[in-house]
Ligand binder design. Structure first.
Ligand SMILES: Nc1nc2c(ncn2[C@@H]2O[C@H](COP(=O)(O)OP(=O)(O)OP(=O)(O)O)[C@@H](O)[C@H]2O)c(=O)[nH]1
Length: 299
């Protein structure tokens, strides 16, 4: 299978194509060399001082940054804006260098440097803001993907574990719902039919989820439901069971067995899950297609 998983948001190109960035390096080197030669030949050599050294270093750093930015592979427009802003900054430094060496009038040099510097900074601010949005957007997508079950679109087991940690000190009702004889559906009507049942169940369940009702696919044909601080949990469980039990075009019937356990504030989520699992096991043992509450429910 030919697929590639990218593990970076922004890629550094191993062998950069195109000569543009090389041309900028050559341009920066040539202009710096030209300014130095002009200063030596027609200018005041006393100007080749610390100020000159600082400017040369700035130009070298700018050129290095431009080279790095051209080595980054991204089709995002803000990267182009960033590259242009770096080029403006480079020229701003070169103008200031020429002014410092008295090769052009200092006021003119300062004006050119300022004119280039202002749009460069605005473009850097713009591209930085866009870059942050780009990173945040991709981060959100990655988090959503890691917490969502691909087949049903419901929260997955990882998300369920996060939810269980969140409700550690809260009163909640936890249900484990399992499709009855799902293997038979797969074996008789094919794996695709089984997948369709799971997708359809996911669709129905996602419509029943709310701020207080968290519904996830915890594995295979099993769904975990967490009802938080809800007085009418019993009614919700019944409604969920009724909604997901249906007749599939007259060919087969989809039914669920559900085990329910109440989590008291001081109880751990994991012990409640175990109690709900035991209740589910009883529901399966006693004929399936039913809701069984863990004995602690009545305590
Ligand atoms: N189509 C499909 N089948 C799956 C998926 N995940 C798990 N299964 C199947 O689900 C079936 C679960 O079978 P069992 O654990 O024996 O449970 P069951 O047949 O529902 O029987 P009971 O739970 O006792 O009613 C297995 O055949 C798995 O291969 C999936 O994503 N898609």
């Amino acid at each position: 299978m030919n697929f590639k998983i990218h593990d970076k948001l922004v890629h550094e190109v191993e062998s950069p194509k195109g000569l543009l960035y090389r041309m900028i390096i050559i341009y920066a080197c040539c202009i710096t060399a030209l300014l130095t030669v002009l200063a030596l030949v027609i200018g005041d050599t006393s100007r080749l001082n610390f100020y000159f050294f600082i400017n040369t270093c700035t130009v070298a750093v700018m050129t290095w940054f431009i080279r790095k930015s051209f080595n980054i592979h991204s089709r995002e427009a803000h990267l182009l804006v960033f590259r242009i802003s770096l080029f403006f900054l480079l020229n701003s430094s070169l103008a200031s260098m020429a002014g410092g060496m008295n090769l052009i009038d200092r006021d003119t040099a300062s004006l050119i440097a300022a004119i280039l510097y202002v749009p460069a900074m605005l473009m850097i601010i713009y591209s930085f803001r866009k870059f942050i949005n780009y990173v945040n957007h991709n981060y959100k997508s990655a988090v959503n993907l890691s917490l969502t079950d691909e087949l049903t679109g419901l929260p997955n087991r990882r998300y369920l574990n996060i939810k269980l940690r969140e409700i550690e000190n809260r009163l909640a009702t936890i249900c484990i719902a399992d499709i009855d004889h799902f293997k038979r559906i797969n074996d008789t009507y094919g794996h695709d039919a089984g997948d369709r049942v799971l997708r359809n169940t996911g669709l129905i369940l996602s419509n029943l989820a709310s701020d207080n009702v968290f519904i996830s696919r915890s594995g295979g044909e099993e769904f975990a439901i967490v009802i938080i601080d809800h007085a009418s949990a019993e009614g919700i469980v019944r409604k969920i069971k009724e909604s997901v039990s249906y007749d599939c075009n007259g060919t087969f019937k989809v039914s669920f067995s559900i085990g329910v356990a109440i989590k008291q504030k001081h109880e751990s989520s994991s012990s409640t899950i175990t109690a709900a699992d035991d209740a589910l096991y009883q529901a399966k043992r006693s004929g399936r297609d039913r809701i069984i509450y863990a004995s602690r429910f009545n305590n």
